[in-house]
Design a protein around this ligand. Structure first.
Ligand code: GRG
Length: 305
């Protein structure tokens, strides 16, 4: 099976499980209250029918290093995808990045309205932790708690939300300082990196990996997240909107500093190559078992969508 086929296979599993969990988990635990239909429509629009499902792929493949089956890692993968989808729904809002399209479709606030998009994001964030609290995720309550704690940190004020805050402050506050490559690296390692890092470490948490194995996956996730973000910035400059599935050239139009705008395309490409190789090097302790994750680093560095 090629890497692309494997990514598609995991995307299919994720899609099917999301379709089940998003419809059934968000309801009253004792009564069979239905989800308000408009909100349910927005939740389904936000989660189904698009997306590479790259974070679920990382959870499932990092768990495979420890001998776990797809099924054993799938609900953790789906919980993480719910957090990712929430972040996209909120990021697209007029008050944030003001994007009318996402995954080749109208973004949730465009298809519904702003308040529904805000509530759909809230519901997706909370359902992620509801999913992680269930025994289907792992039989051990300690493991479930470790996942909940790690995802909360990755998604929260010292993680993705903090990175988004730094990004918006840099763009909008009058007192802002001139952007530097190290400042941008820091904000991106939170905004984009934290969830990708969690995806990679989740395999070690689920699989009972030791501190060295968890540290290796942490390093892999950090470099992979950086490569992912540089590739995203390059796509914004060089990509084609139809293939990428959202508007391009937005950063330049907004006068937004990125590693590409500060370093130039050639140096950003060199940094992307360095991060790709560093990600691959971090996997050395896992030997041949890490072949698919190595291919993932190559996929990220070369992606066009
Ligand atoms: C609103 C709290 C809050 C956070 C938003 C991640 C994020 C923070 C915003 C997304 C903005 C953005 C375009 C970031 C660059 C990298 C990125 C996360 C791209 C989207 O992820 P993909 O390419 O998307 O994995 P798919 O659609 O494939 O899931």
């Amino acid at each position: 099976m090629t890497f692309s086929q494997r990514l598609d296979q995991i995307a299919g599993l994720t899609e099917a499980r999301l379709g089940t969990l998003v419809g059934t988990k968000i309801k009253h635990p004792e009564r069979d209250d239905p989800i308000p239909p408009r909100l349910l429509g927005a939740l389904r629009h936000a989660t189904l029918g698009g997306g590479k499902r790259f974070r679920p792929f990382l959870v499932i493949e990092s768990a495979a290093l420890f001998g776990l089956s797809e099924r054993q890692a799938l609900d953790t993968a789906v919980a993480l995808e719910c957090v990712h989808c929430y972040s996209l729904v909120h990021d697209d809002l007029p008050a944030m990045d003001n994007d009318a399209t996402r995954r080749g479709m109208p973004s949730v606030w465009k298809a519904f309205d702003e308040w529904t998009a805000i509530l759909a994001g809230d519901a997706l964030l909370t359902v992620a932790f509801e999913i992680l609290s269930t025994p289907e995720v792992h039989e051990s309550p300690e493991v479930r708690l470790a996942l909940i704690s790690a995802l909360a940190k990755a998604a929260g004020a010292a993680g993705m939300v903090g990175g988004q805050a730094l990004d918006l402050e840099a763009e909008r506050l009058p007192s802002r300082e001139a952007p530097t490559p190290s400042g941008i690296l820091h904000l991106q390692s939170l905004k984009t990196g934290a969830l990708i890092r969690f995806a990679c470490e989740a395999g070690a948490i689920l699989g009972g990996g030791g501190p060295d194995e968890r540290a290796a996956l942490h390093r892999y996730g950090t470099e992979l997240g950086l490569a992912f973000q540089i590739a995203d910035d390059l796509l914004d400059v060089e990509g084609d909107a139809a293939t990428v599935g959202k508007a391009v050239s937005k950063d330049a139009a907004a006068g937004k500093a990125t590693l590409v705008s500060l370093m130039g395309i050639a140096r950003a490409r060199a940094e992307l190559k360095r991060a790709e190789q560093a990600a691959i090097d971090a996997l050395v302790p896992f030997g041949a078992k890490a072949e698919t994750l190595i291919e993932a680093a190559r996929f990220v560095a070369e992606r066009n969508r």
